[in-house]
Design a protein around this ligand. Structure first.
Ligand SMILES: NC(=O)c1ccc[n+]([C@@H]2O[C@H](COP(=O)([O-])OP(=O)(O)OC[C@H]3O[C@@H](n4cnc5c(N)ncnc54)[C@H](O)[C@@H]3O)[C@@H](O)[C@H]2O)c1
Length: 439
């Protein structure tokens, strides 16, 4: 295939002039905020999702992602800057395409790239000269150049010459009031310098700060380092919590005091276990890839063991709390407060509250829950509905377990009414009572 040096220049020109049409594949927690940000930057944006209900909601101006304000989304759609479709053939008309599909684990904890492969197949089917393709899904180092690039080059176009290919990890933190898609610096690594330049130009027009790196593998590794750093430090602090419990030391007070050190310490907090689509999963992408090169990631495995043991520790604390009132888990009514994986989000993926609930059920507890973000959930084959916390307190459960400390909760009636509470988040920090059991 003949080299066309004008490809980069014309791609850059369309980006600078905002005439580039931008496609976003996968309109979930990552893709939808990104699509809205591209529209804000002045691009003509089309979102692609196999879930037709998402495309319908977007086209109707309705947001299903808490971090995307409905007013904002509706305005982008009304002004004609944003639309969504399940018809992948429209990818042919895009100048730039961002892939934001899921990257889960298989049951064996191996990477499941099937969503990425499907999305790349759709891109490859209509790949045209000058297109910029960016993978945003979190994945192991080598995915872009070993898996995506050969699929796209199969029909004869050459990456970094005829089309541009980059990896740019999404670092969004759902529910974070301070940092969002726009103001979190964007790491960009292309398969070659032209690809890095094109991708950096697209994000440079859209977000506040772009950080180019030398390759797709560095960009892929940056994301895994960030999330492995969190998983390992949470593992450490969870182990310290278990240790403090045996020594009768308040781990929360220890962390609060330690974090007064102005350098060399960063606070992480214990909890009922890891949740969400990133921290419990991403480190295994890294350990899987490292194993291919004969390297065992010991920190990742150890942190994984400690973090996944936390729901059982919570259940032990519930047993201890009930025991203090001569009760057993078996037959007790246990009310779970907060079931989303973290504060102020509606995301249930990998939520440790589900593991706590399952373990409590296995030991014979009768369960109910409160979560303003999760109106209902399936548990043990039954549909449970969220109960408003004040009503739940009035029903006098034998024990309540705070798994997720949403800001909307008012704990006063719970504590003042003398309900037995196991607090896994230090939500009752300033309250002391013999009925409160902390992690
Ligand atoms: N959620 C987060 O906080 C977060 C943060 C940073 C990075 N990430 C990473 O970003 C990626 C996406 O995560 P998410 O949380 O947005 O996932 P999500 O499940 O919320 O959204 C993914 C969307 O992709 C769609 N989809 C799946 N296959 C498709 C296909 N072949 N074509 C078109 N659409 C398809 C799904 O229907 C869904 O709407 C993952 O790799 C994740 O690890 C997530």
């Amino acid at each position: 295939m003949a080299t066309q040096p004008s490809s980069l220049a014309s791609t850059l020109e369309r980006i600078r002039a905002r005439t580039a049409r931008v496609g976003v594949i996968g309109l979930g927690y990552v893709g939808l905020p990104l699509a809205v940000e591209f529209a804000h930057a002045g691009f003509d944006v089309t979102g692609f999702d196999v879930d037709t209900s998402k495309a319908e909601q977007i086209n109707g101006g309705r947001s299903y992602i808490p971090d995307v304000a409905e007013r904002d989304l509706a305005e982008c759609v009304r002004s004609g800057k944003l639309r969504a479709t399940a018809d992948m053939s429209a990818l042919a008309t895009m100048d730039a395409i961002d892939i934001c599909v899921p990257t889960p684990l298989r049951k064996t904890k191996d990477p499941d790239l099937s969503y990425v492969v499907k999305a790349v197949e759709a891109v490859a089917a209509t790949l045209t000269r000058g297109q910029l393709i960016i993978l945003e899904s979190t994945t192991y180092p080598g995915t872009t150049d070993e898996v995506v690039q050969p699929m796209l080059e199969a029909k004869g176009l050459e990456a970094d010459v005829d089309f541009f290919l980059a990896f740019s990890p999404e670092r969004v933190d759902p529910g974070n009031q301070q940092f969002n898609t726009k103001n979190i610096p964007k790491i960009v690594g292309g398969v070659g310098p032209a690809s890095t330049e094109a991708a950096a130009a697209l994000y440079g027009a859209t977000v506040e700060h772009v950080v180019p790196v030398s390759s797709t593998r560095v960009a892929e590794m940056v994301k895994l380092l960030e999330n492995t750093f969190r998983a390992v430090n949470i593992g450490l602090v969870n182990e310290v919590a278990l240790m403090c419990h045996t020594m009768d030391i308040d781990v929360w007070e220890v962390i609060d005091a330690a974090k007064t050190k102005p350098f060399g310490f960063m606070p992480f907090y214990p909890g009922p276990g890891l949740g969400g689509h990133c921290i419990p999963i991403d480190p295994y992408y890294l350990s899987w890839k490292a194993r291919q090169t004969g390297f065992e990631c010991r920190f990742i495995e150890l942190a994984g063991q400690i973090n996944s043991s936390m729901p059982h520790f919570v259940v032990d604390r519930v047993a201890e709390a009930l025991n203090s009132q001569r009760k057993s888990i078996n037959g007790s009514r246990v009310h779970v407060i907060g079931v989303a994986y973290k504060r102020d989000v509606n995301d249930m993926r990998e939520s440790p509250a589900l593991d706590v609930m399952e373990a409590l059920s296995k030991r014979g507890a009768q369960l109910s829950y409160s979560d303003p973000y999760v109106p209902e959930l399936m548990h043990g084959g039954h549909l449970l509905r969220s109960i408003d916390l004040p009503d739940a307190v009035k029903a006098r459960p034998d024990c309540a377990v705070i798994c997720t400390d949403h800001r909307a909760f008012d704990y006063a009636p719970l504590v003042d009414g003398g309900t037995l509470v196991v607090d896994t988040r230090n939500a009752l920090k300033d309250r002391k009572a013999p009925t409160i059991f902390r992690l």
